[in-house]
Design a protein. Sequence first.
Length: 168
Amino acid sequence: MALDRIVNIVLRAAELVFATIVAGVTGQHLHQFRHASDWSQGRFIYTEVVAALSMFFALIWLVPFSWSFVHWPVDIILSLCWWAAFGLLVNLLGNSCGYIFDWNNVHPISGDQCGKFKADIAFIFLSALLWLVSALLGIFWVHSHERRARVDAAHRQHHRRWYRRNRV
C-alpha cells in the first residue's frame, strides 16, 4: 500500500513546515517582548520547545520507511503538546485582539501584532491537527499490519503440507 506512505510523507512535510513557521513567529514574539512578564514568556518558550521537538521528529520521520508508522504514541504526545500550546496562547490573547477566529488581519510576516499573533495560533492549531492525524494513521497502519500478520500465520499453519514433519 503506497498510499499510506505518500500520505505519511505529506503529513510529515506539512508538520515540519508548520513547526518551522511557528518557531519563527514565536521567536519574533520572544525577541520583541523580551522584557515581558515571566509567565507570558514561559508560554512562548514552551511553544518554541514544542516547535523544536516537532521539527526534529518530523525531519527524522520524513524518511519513507515503514518503521515511521510505529511512532504513533509520540505523535499523540506531540499533538497534546501542541493543543496545550494552543490553549496557552489563546488564553494569553483573550479579547485584546478581537475574536480568536476572526482572520481579517492574519499574516505571519507583514501585519500588525494581533495579526501575527493570530497567525501563530492558527499554525499551532493546524500543527496539532496534523500530529493527531498522523497518530491516527499510525494506529490504523499498525493494527492493520498486525491483523494481516495473524491471518497469514493462521493461514500458513492451516495449510501445512501433509508430508512435512512437525517442527517440535
